[in-house]
Design a protein around this ligand. Structure first.
Ligand SMILES: N[C@@H](CCOP(=O)(O)O)C(=O)O
Length: 367
């Protein structure tokens, strides 16, 4: 069986290749394929995301698995006296963010295709992850970033050997510059937004939670949302579990945006289509996406699960970060924004019995 892409607009199928990053009409999604969860076998494997290999898009015999030991992150109570609010520590990944899940699958696929050079654009964490997995795979990486990207993320990318291109203007300007170069130079576009193999990696977040909760699922998941790679990955992952009969329902997906850059939250609450917004400035650089390419897919996933999109107030992000640090969790502002929004949401929307998992997805050492 080959793992193929389909055009979101007309369902036409495409075989992934080195240069095509977009179909004729819409964007690429992965064509659903058969997944399995042999629990006894999985339980005997090492604690990385590759333990779910029957649910990943690789043929065993052809798998060029590029790995830095990603996945298998702890799931802990946020507070020792409340077993119902859990945090998933994806900031403990090899490069310090959940993006390693997606990069591991995407760069393994690039390697399978024989790619020698890739280009990616990022607000920081995805670029860092792509740079690291490219280093591991012996692939040259060019990373386009907004000029105000934090110095520590840039230093990390450089250390992995990436060639950095700082682009003036907004995050969207960076994406435009990246796509132009990809087209001109006919490069492999290692995009966490456009390439659906990235979501095939982030979906392992869902599998791990299911296994760590003793094959149960939470009632609600609280996740940061910029381009939605974690939220969409989680959605696909829980769908995989549901369709395989491993679970009987989906958890509610609750996405968090920064109040100062919240195109999906606005559309969700005003019950209208997503319109691009202007980013009026936020510490949460990782979710400052003014015009998300997969915005309507994110909305659909949230609505299908009965979830919601909530926002973090700017003046609450630093305090939330301090509070998490005081509990021992040192995270970056984007992750603190998730917690800031969750605290307000919890008061009005959650019963004491509700089981919740919140993602702590980016390390404080990055900013
Ligand atoms: N980009 C973020 C977190 C949100 O992920 P996204 O795929 O929804 O943009 C980060 O850098 O941590």
């Amino acid at each position: 069986m080959d793992y193929t892409f389909i055009d979101s607009a007309d369902g036409v199928e495409y075989i992934p290749n080195q240069t095509q990053w977009k179909p004729e009409q819409g964007i690429f999604n992965i064509k659903p394929y058969k997944v399995q969860f042999p629990r006894e076998k999985i339980a005997l494997r090492s604690w990385t995301m590759w333990r779910y290999k029957e649910a990943l898009p690789f043929h065993d015999q052809r798998c060029f698995n590029i790995s830095l030991g990603e996945g298998g992150t702890p799931l802990l109570p946020l507070n020792a006296d409340d077993p119902n609010i859990l945090v998933k520590l994806d900031y403990l990944m090899p490069t310090g963010s959940f993006k390693d899940r997606g990069a591991a699958v995407l760069i393994s696929k690039a390697r399978e295709l024989g790619v020698k050079e890739v280009l990616a654009d990022s607000s920081g964490n995805a670029g860092t992850a792509i740079a690291a997995y490219c280093a591991r795979a012996g692939i040259k990486s060019y990373i386009y970033v907004p000029e105000n990207t934090s110095e520590r993320k840039l230093a990390q990318m450089k250390a992995y050997g990436a060639e950095i291109h700082k682009i003036a203007g907004s995050r969207e300007d960076t994406a435009i510059a990246a796509k132009r170069t990809v087209e001109e130079e006919q490069l492999f576009y290692a995009s966490h937004v456009y390439n659906p193999f990235f979501h095939e990696g982030t979906k392992t977040f869902a599998f791990e939670i299911w296994e760590q909760m003793n094959y149960q699922i939470p009632d609600q998941l609280i996740l940061p949302v910029g381009n939605g790679t974690l939220l969409l990955g989680a959605y696909i992952g829980f769908q995989n579990l549901l369709e395989s009969g491993m679970i009987q329902r989906l958890p509610k997906l609750v996405g968090v945006q920064a109040e100062n850059c919240a195109p999906i939250a606005q559309a969700f609450h005003r019950k209208r289509d997503i319109n691009p917004v202007s980013n009026t400035g936020t510490l949460a650089e990782g979710i400052a996406i003014a015009d998300p390419v997969r915005g309507s897919q994110i909305m659909k996933a949230v609505k299908t699960t009965g979830g919601s999109i909530i926002t973090a107030r700017e003046n609450e992000i630093e305090t939330a970060r301090g509070e998490l640090s005081s509990k021992g969790f040192y995270v970056e502002p984007t992750t603190a924004a998730t917690y800031a929004a969750f605290k307000n949401y919890k008061q009005a929307n959650l019963s004491k019995e509700a089981k919740v998992v919140m993602s702590l997805c980016g390390s404080g050492l990055k900013k």
